[in-house]
Design a binder for this molecule. Structure first.
Ligand SMILES: Cc1cc2nc3c(=O)[nH]c(=O)nc-3n(C[C@H](O)[C@H](O)[C@H](O)COP(=O)(O)O)c2cc1C
Length: 265
């Protein structure tokens, strides 16, 4: 049995919510999947004050007392996750963006490995493609295995042809997500992900110290010594490239440090 949770960032249960419902109904019909929709508007979430205590000292130092940890627990208890939002002024809704800001520290200390992620956007006319790209990038940054999301055009009223087009797109999207749910949860990294990990961990190791929560997290996770975020067998080429990414990041850190010493920063 797989557990899938959709986090929906809209104050009303119309197009976005409907598209998510349709996606999940299809998913449920494909196999043993338990689905839940979490309406973010039902949960108190404060607005980030930008103090960066979560980055520097740890998320437990956040001055906001809200449902952040309850929602993170929901993600942690899921095998698959969907972030869904209407297109508001060419971006996600403020409700969704606020949720993403509350998860900001997870981009520093990613943790949702082995889980499948996708996104759904509902819009009137234009701009949703870029929002899908953004949300999928967010999914990767949080540690998920990401399936490309889909954008539905929620015309009001809708013709039969338009409705069929949405049905077809959501059905195919749900099928792709289901397939990914059944795949090995810890795949070998794509080139870009390998590069981001190796360069990120090398600069963190050289530029921070154990006064930083990020540094301690990387240390606890064994990431200063590992090939990737989780155990994988890298082929010879990726092993070689991994070493190159490490040494490039080390050179860049050294340059940054000597510029700082010369007072150029
Ligand atoms: C404040 C606001 C801004 C919007 N901006 C856009 C936009 O930039 N592009 C677009 O295609 N639709 C835009 N729309 C239309 C919504 O994306 C569309 O109505 C969507 O279906 C709403 O989803 P919902 O039914 O789940 O609320 C906007 C709607 C609102 C209320």
């Amino acid at each position: 049995m797989k557990k899938v949770t959709a986090f929906v960032g809209t104050a009303r249960k119309k197009s976005t919510y409907g598209a998510v419902r349709q996606f999940l109904d299809k998913l449920h019909s494909l196999g043993d999947v338990e689905c839940e929709i979490v309406a973010l508007s039902d949960h108190p979430l404060g607005m980030c004050r930008g103090c960066k205590l979560c980055f520097e000292r740890g998320e437990e130092f956040c001055p906001l007392k809200d449902d952040r940890d309850f929602l993170i627990e929901k993600i942690a208890a899921s095998d698959g996750v969907i972030f869904a939002s209407p297109n508001y002024s060419f971006q996600v809704s403020a409700i969704m963006k606020n949720f993403l800001d509350r998860l900001g520290f997870v981009f520093h200390r990613p943790r949702f490995f082995g889980k499948t992620f996708t996104s759904i956007v509902a819009q009137g006319i234009y701009g949703g493609g870029k929002i899908i790209k953004y949300l999928d990038f967010v999914g990767n940054g949080l540690g998920f295995n990401t399936v490309k999301g889909s954008c539905v055009k929620a015309f009001e009223p809708m013709t039969e042809y338009e409705k069929q087009k949405i049905d077809k797109a959501l059905e195919a999207h749900s099928g792709r997500f289901y397939k990914m749910l059944g795949k090995p949860a810890y795949p070998g990294p794509a080139w870009l992900k390998l590069m981001a990990f190796r360069m990120g961990r090398t600069s963190i190791g050289l530029e921070l110290n154990d006064a930083s929560r990020d540094y301690r997290y990387y240390e606890e996770m064994g990431w200063f010594e590992s090939d990737y975020y989780y155990p994988v067998r890298l082929g010879a080429l990726k092993k070689l490239a991994g070493g190159l990414f490490d040494s490039t990041a080390a050179r860049m850190s050294k340059k940054r440090k000597s510029r700082a010493l010369r007072g150029e920063m």
